[in-house]
Ligand binder design. Structure first.
Ligand code: MZP
Length: 499
């Protein structure tokens, strides 16, 4: 065997060193834009992300609801591939049908007003009026509004309040959180009022959807608009049925696909990449992985991968390292693959982005992954905790939990992900079935996480991810100094703040 001399290290073994913070790098000026797919020097990537996050290709993480919520916040989901081609394509279709457009403001608005007017009014007053537009563009015309002083209307008082405050225009609209009409199960269409009140878990009114001739059995949001502002969505594929799956995903409108495998350094991935590139040329974007070293990256980049995913065995639900004895500490893997990406760029003039997949526990791990060279980050556990993930929310020992299971668990039985040729089927488990603490809405959590990342980058004195990769300073930490990093030598009064 060949021995690699460096130790296989993970994110918690590193810290960032502050750099000079200038007036340019205050948090709200920091850009988190990231390239998603390969591009040539001096060209722009065909697809970029506004935030460097994608959600994992997993049954318990990425369905159409997660995809809508994450895309609305600047990231992207890869809808899980361990389902029938038809149901996966249908989820893609649901995301592509979605039309954004919902704001809160205060005023008597008319269809002549624009979203920019609503936002300006919102700045002036703290009151709640809801303005609805066809898409999120600031110059788009209003399609409906709800005015009212009390935004937190309960179901009991709904009828009265709606009558009192609602001023519907006569067009249909979709709502704030990306639920299309047919998907909103817990809603009651009110024929008298011609509105669809959407109520959250606390029985508070979230928003209304209006339409005069709504047919509750038909979900055809295409008729809402002929506009082209659609959300981005990705989908996972495997190396077995790609000849059938890829065409149907493309027909459904998918923007990018990704070969999903625990070990992507294989001839089957090369064949899949070649099929897609030979059939569709550069029109279809395809990622591949996972790999953990230079050789694996170069193999997939040369085979045509638009991005390469990095990580074996570091996922929170993953037991691959225990079961098969393969894998690599995520930090070490990213550092080596990022160097290979830079080497490939220098040699060919083509930049192939890399994605750090799995093993993120703390928010600062995200900054470390980016600083070490990741272009964007895939996460499962992080997103599984939110309302928008597809799994059940349960009370366990007095606390709310969400279910989260690995693709290599008996529950998911995604044998294609672990396929090494030979008979079909999962021979042994490489993942567990688990709970993760429920954390609420995606947006609320994302806001905090992004706030922390920007604040860390500000301390590092950088204004973008590229700047962080070039100029960030990273240090290894000793196990003793890790203790110094938490509260120590004091008796903490409230353990909840001991984070
Ligand atoms: P994490 O964000 O929960 O730490 O890791 C998510 C990643 O774990 C996924 O994107 C995928 O690469 C990997 N994964 C998914 N299922 C399994 C498994 O069952 C797994 N072993 O390792």
């Amino acid at each position: 065997a060949h021995y690699l001399n460096d130790i296989s290290r993970t994110f918690s073994e590193y810290l960032l060193i502050p750099g000079l913070t200038t007036k340019e790098c205050i948090p709200n000026q920091i850009s988190l834009k990231a390239p998603l797919v390969r591009f040539k020097a001096n060209e722009e990537p065909a697809i970029s992300l506004n935030i460097p996050f994608v959600s994992a290709i997993m049954q318990s993480v990425s369905d159409h609801k997660m995809a809508i919520a994450l895309a609305r916040n600047g990231g992207l989901s890869f809808i899980f591939g361990s389902q029938s081609i038809e149901s996966q394509a249908e989820m893609v279709r649901k995301v592509k049908k979605y039309k954004a457009g919902f704001v809160i403001s205060d005023a008597n608005l008319t269809p002549e007003n624009t979203l920019a007017d609503v936002l300006a009014l919102k700045e002036k007053s703290g009151h709640a009026t809801i303005g609805i537009t066809e898409n999120g563009a600031s110059d788009s015309k209003l399609l409906g509004i709800v005015t009212g002083r009390d935004y937190r209307i309960t179901r009991d008082s709904l009828d009265k309040k709606v009558k009192e405050f609602m001023t519907p225009f006569d067009k249909l609209i979709t709502g704030e959180f990306g639920i299309s009409l047919a998907e909103a199960n817990d809603i009651i269409w009110d024929h008298k009022l011609n509105c669809l009140p959407i109520i959250d878990n606390n029985q508070c009114l979230k928003y209304f959807v209006f339409r005069k001739d709504y047919d509750s059995h038909q979900d055809n949001p295409n008729e809402i608009s002929d506009a082209d502002k659609k959300l981005l969505v990705g989908a996972g594929i495997n190396t077995r049925d790609y000849r059938e799956r890829v065409p149907q995903l493309i027909e459904a409108g998918v923007d990018v696909v990704c070969i999903d495998s625990s070990d992507g350094f294989s001839v089957w991935q090369k064949e899949t990449l070649e099929y897609v590139k030979n059939t569709y040329g550069d029109k279809v974007k395809i990622g591949a992985g996972n790999v953990v070293d230079r050789d694996g990256f170069l193999y997939l980049a040369e085979a045509g991968a638009d991005f390469v995913k990095v990580g074996v065995g570091g996922g929170s639900i993953c037991i691959t390292r225990e079961q098969k004895g393969i894998g690599r500490g995520q930090a070490t893997a990213i550092i080596e693959v990022a160097a290979a990406r830079d080497e490939y760029f220098k040699k060919t003039g083509v930049y192939v982005p890399i994605c750090s997949d799995g093993g993120i526990v703390q928010d600062y791990h995200m900054v470390l992954a980016l600083a070490m060279g990741a272009d964007f980050i895939m996460m499962g556990r992080y997103f599984a905790r939110f309302d928008e993930s597809p799994t059940r929310k349960l009370m366990v020992n007095g606390n709310y939990m969400k279910e989260y299971w690995g693709e290599g668990s008996n529950r998911a039985r995604n044998w294609q992900r672990y396929d090494a040729g030979g008979a079909e089927g999962l021979k042994f488990e490489e993942g567990v079935d688990s709970f993760v603490p429920y954390a609420g809405k995606l947006k609320d959590n994302l806001d905090i996480t992004l706030g922390k990342i920007r604040s860390t980058m500000s301390s590092c004195g950088v204004t973008s991810i590229i700047d962080l990769q070039k100029n960030g300073k990273i240090t290894l930490v000793s196990s003793t100094s890790i203790i110094e990093g938490g509260a120590h030598d004091v008796i903490v009064k409230d353990s909840r703040n001991n984070g």
